[in-house]
Ligand binder design. Sequence first.
Ligand code: GUN
Length: 170
Amino acid sequence: MPTLTMHRLNGLPEAQFRDILSGIFERSPWVADAVEPHRPFADLQALHRAMVAAVATAPRAAQLALLRAHPDLAGKEAQDGTLTASSTGEQKSAGLDRLTREQMQTIARNNQAYKTRFGFPFIIRVRNHTRDGIFAAFQRRLDNEADAEFETALREVYEIARLRLETLLA
Ligand code: GUN
């Protein structure tokens, strides 16, 4: 496939533009739909800013649904092979597909505790962390206040989206 540039992206038919960006925010194509009318974008940063603004100004229920659209780290979907391609790559990059039995048990316990406490899965830009760093952040963030953690999770989602855009656009 020819390299995708911002120039090409700006010039694509509407449906194709939406389709290509549909997974930048996990299983949430509405973010791409929201920014499509705002083309053209000067560069990746401008596109990212617009997508972040669409999420940041969305109703809280839509933000929560976006957080909930994320799979557990090293969870059932990872084991069943039903993750999105982006998520598979991200989880692999931090070695989350190669956990010991004990690490699997720890992360499963943490995933459950986190979801019970906050109502959405633990999300972290795994590409910027080592496996140990992820486990440490997990433990730390379990103690956060609910509102602060909601904001932290959204910020992580914004950074994951930036990394996905960088992967997509040369
Ligand atoms: N951080 C980066 N990718 C993912 C993902 O697929 N799921 C969760 N929970 N966090 C992530």
